[in-house]
Design a protein around this ligand. Structure first.
Ligand code: URA
Length: 216
């Protein structure tokens, strides 16, 4: 049986609330940043539910020993925020995964050609086998940036089945590209929107996530 790309839109009132705040064009930058932090937190919480490696353990309570489950500290975990906008999700994601390493990846989209270019790459030459990676990319639009990120990460030895993408708004063009190239990938997003316009913006979307988060 082949495994298919899975796109999860978790039903959670806090995710819906913070998405509405982020979408509103009247939301000031400082509140937009808070909304992205909260979305990063709750979407990461949902994304790690069946991904976080655990191990059986025993703990001694004040009364007696009992069985327990711990997060396995031996399995390497990394968060890859795609700059700039992915940084806005990082604080929230780190509250859920404080032991994960953070590998920055800067990808800029040429406004004319809409083609992605990698300008900062802090990934290691090779990841340790079994490394679990969480990619933070709030806007899955044309799919250019996320496909570039996936190539950079998988070329360094990460199994796509161990990668989860946390996004805020996803659009069909990016989802179709990811699905064709990585059928066993898992994506967590607050919403799937209708499509993208001629400038590559998601509609209705939330505008330029980087500009709004950083007040530029
Ligand atoms: N990047 C953004 O910030 N917004 C979009 O709508 C698409 C890509």
């Amino acid at each position: 049986m082949s495994i298919q790309l899975r796109v999860y839109v978790p039903e959670h009132p806090l995710i819906e609330h913070w998405l509405a705040v982020a979408r509103d064009a009247n939301t000031p930058s400082v509140l937009f940043k808070s909304a992205m932090t909260e979305l990063g937190r709750w979407l990461t919480y949902e994304a790690v539910r069946t991904w976080l490696p655990t191990m059986a353990a025993k703990v001694q309570t004040p009364l007696r020993e009992c069985d327990a489950t711990l997060v396995n500290p031996e399995v390497p975990m990394g968060i890859v925020p795609i700059l700039r906008a992915g940084l806005a999700l990082l604080d929230g994601a780190q509250t859920i995964l404080p032991i994960a390493s953070t590998y920055h990846l800067g990808i800029v989209r040429d406004e004319e050609t809409l083609k992605p270019r990698c300008y900062l790459n802090k990934l290691p030459q090779k990841f340790t086998p079994q490394t679990h990676i969480l990619i933070l990319e709030p806007m899955l639009a044309t799919g250019g940036s996320i496909m570039t990120a996936m190539t950079e990460i998988t070329n360094r030895g990460v199994d796509p089945a161990l990668i989860r993408i946390v996004s805020v708004v996803a659009a069909p063009p990016a989802l179709q590209k990811l699905s064709a190239a990585y059928p066993n990938l898992n994506i967590y997003t607050a919403i799937i929107d209708e499509g993208i316009n001629s400038k590559g913006y998601i509609v209705p979307g939330l505008g330029d996530a980087g500009d709004r988060a950083f007040g530029t």
